[in-house]
Design a protein around this ligand. Structure first.
Ligand code: ADP
Length: 594
């Protein structure tokens, strides 16, 4: 308990107060007691002196009488007062204490004391009057002409002992009371301090996060209700913190989920605060703007994204418009981004969130579509124009001209056939590219399709005296590929058509396939015109032809290879071309073995 500063302070103060008040009480009581006792003694002396003087007056001067002396003795033993009587010459004539009176004159000082008129006390002359400390004198008879003097006195020791006894009693009472008071103080203060210590420890445990505690202060006063309030507070705090922790977990889970979703988005997302400092950026955004610095959070947007268009968007949304949707170009990366920016809640705005969508592919596809439409229109225009021209000529009289009418009608038929082929190819490529064509993917016997296709082209080959050969894979079993039957036929037809188309008479066309693990390599080679190297990279593009006029002349649409390439890709494979101008071309289609 002594270690507690509060206890030491309280106890010391109370102790000091008790000690001080005891001291004060004691000095007050003892002074008062002394005064009272002295007053009483004086009163007694005075009464004795006065009464003796009155009594002596009647018998004066016959004082040497035995009976008078006895009376004085009795008075002395009853009242403990010594009585001395002096004659008018201030000579001692009777003494209650001794029958024998010494023949001794009083000192001048003592005589003066007796001579003073009226009643009086003096301690000045105590030396003269022996060990009597308190004296009282009275004149006998007339005060102006006294017949003698009575002196009553008391040895101070006689009442001083009583006084001391009384004082000791007071002191004992005060000390006992003080000790009891100190003990009670000790108990009270230590109980208060113990309760406070308990509360302090409890509060410390609360700050450490320990709420499961019950403080028991056993006193039916404010301290107990304080402990009760503390217990209530700590249990409420415990519930509240548990609730907060649950909420924190929910928020953490939510934000984790949000982060995962935003991270997996293809669109870039960047959020900035009102001072344009980055609050969040997902992986896609980091890739788009090539933000490599890991601690981009809380950095100024301008430091991470150096594109003025983005900064303008943020500025616009922060200060003027709540929502903005624009397209911006990043020339450095040659990409087009669509940006949707919206203000974060709060007034003034607490920030901006931006979603970036890469529009480059969409724009490219739009361009391709536009190009495709214009190419198709252009391709359609030529045969239509021819048909129109022939028809006009026939209508303007050519029909009757037997030398040209048949020829013109044949040309019209040719152009109509071209138109038909073109439309069939356009529909085909549109279907393959858009994914509308439903392919029935299954294991197909490559040998069967190859022989059938070659058989179909045999007649054309023979018409050009071209040797058309099939060299199957060196396998015991027929090779099966994973494809759609019609699609595989289209591949064969287009490649064989081209090979025969672009090979001069007496040339050679070979169809062969080999197997490598789970892959099948189908190649169709010819000894034809070959393709100049600068065109090799583009022949799979739609409507691309090395020699437009020759291709048209041969009934080509420029879509064949494009369709083959798409089909090969749909079947999980690819197509390659090798060619030497003037020597020949090899197209190799890679397919999956079933
Ligand atoms: P086309 O209908 O014009 O043949 P394709 O898409 O089938 O269109 O072929 C594109 C172009 O590739 C052709 O115009 C032709 O110039 C070239 N080409 C295709 N196959 C061969 C080949 N076997 N030999 C030489 N050139 C070829």
């Amino acid at each position: 308990m002594w270690r507690s500063r509060l206890f030491r302070r309280f106890f010391t103060i109370f102790f000091a107060l008790i000690a001080l008040s005891s001291l004060l009480l004691f000095s007050l009581f003892s002074t008062r007691l002394e005064t009272l006792v002295t007053q009483q003694v004086r009163q007694r002396l005075q009464s004795v002196a006065v009464m003796t003087a009155v009594h002596v007056q009647h018998i004066y001067p016959n004082l040497s009488d035995e009976s008078f002396y006895k009376e004085l003795r009795q008075m002395q033993s009853a009242l403990k007062v010594r009585i001395r009587i002096y004659n008018s010459q201030k000579k001692l004539i009777v003494d209650s204490e001794s029958e024998i009176i010494p023949d001794q004159a009083l000192s001048q000082e003592a005589q003066n004391f007796l001579a003073v008129t009226g009643l009086g006390t003096s301690t000045e002359t105590s030396k003269e009057f022996g060990k009597d400390l308190i004296l009282y004198k009275n004149q006998i008879g007339n005060a102006d002409d006294p017949q003698g003097y009575v002196l009553s006195s008391l040895p101070s020791s006689s009442y001083e002992t009583d006084l001391e006894t009384a004082q000791r009693l007071i002191l004992t009472i005060i000390i006992t009371t003080s000790i009891i008071a100190i003990l009670v103080t000790y108990l009270l203060v230590s109980r208060i301090v113990r309760s406070l210590e308990m509360l302090k420890t409890g509060a410390e445990r609360v700050t450490e996060g320990i709420f499961d505690q019950e403080l028991n202060v056993e006193s039916r006063d404010e301290l107990e209700s304080l402990a009760d309030s503390f217990n209530q507070m700590s249990s409420q705090l415990k519930n509240r913190i548990a609730r907060l922790n649950d909420q924190k977990l929910d928020i953490q889970e939510g934000s984790e989920r949000l982060r995962t979703v935003l991270g997996a988005m293809i669109e870039g997302v960047i959020a900035v605060d009102e001072n344009q400092r980055i609050l969040f950026a997902n992986r896609a955004a980091l890739n788009i703007f090539e933000i490599n610095n890991r601690d981009y959070i809380n950095r100024q947007l301008v430091e991470a994204v150096r594109h003025p268009g983005v900064l303008d968007v943020v500025d616009e949304v922060l200060h003027r418009r709540r929502l903005l949707s624009v397209e911006i170009e990043i020339p450095r990366k040659d990409i087009v981004l669509s940006v949707i920016a919206s203000r974060l809640p709060g007034e003034p705005a607490s920030g901006v969130v931006m979603v970036f969508h890469d529009m480059t592919e969409l724009r490219r596809l739009e361009n391709v579509r536009r190009e495709f439409v214009s190419n198709v229109s252009h391709e359609l225009k030529t045969p239509l124009a021819s048909i129109q021209a022939y028809t006009d000529t026939l209508l303007e009289g050519g029909l009757e001209d037997s030398s040209i009418n048949r020829k013109f009608l044949e040309r019209i038929d040719e152009q109509a056939e071209r138109l038909h082929m073109l439309i069939v190819d356009v529909i085909k490529i549109a279907q393959v590219e858009s994914g509308q064509e439903m392919f029935d993917m299954k294991a197909i016997n490559l040998n069967d399709i190859a022989y059938e296709s070659v058989q179909d082209h045999q007649a054309i080959a023979e018409s050009k005296q071209i040797t058309l050969h099939v060299i199957p894979a060196d396998e015991a079993e027929p090779v099966m590929v994973h494809a759609d039957t019609d699609g595989l036929r289209t591949i064969f037809d287009n490649l064989l058509d081209n090979a025969l188309k672009y090979t001069l008479e007496r040339g050679r066309v070979e169809v062969r396939w080999t197997v490598d693990n789970n892959r099948v390599f189908l190649s169709i080679s010819d000894t034809g015109l070959g393709i100049p190297p600068e065109h090799l990279g583009r022949i799979f593009e739609r409507f691309y032809r090395v020699d437009k006029a020759r291709s048209r002349e041969m009934g080509g649409t420029g879509l064949g290879l494009s369709i083959v390439k798409h089909l090969a890709q749909v079947f999980g494979g690819s197509i390659q071309v090798e060619s030497v101008q003037g020597e020949g071309t090899i197209f190799t289609v890679e397919l999956l073995r079933a």
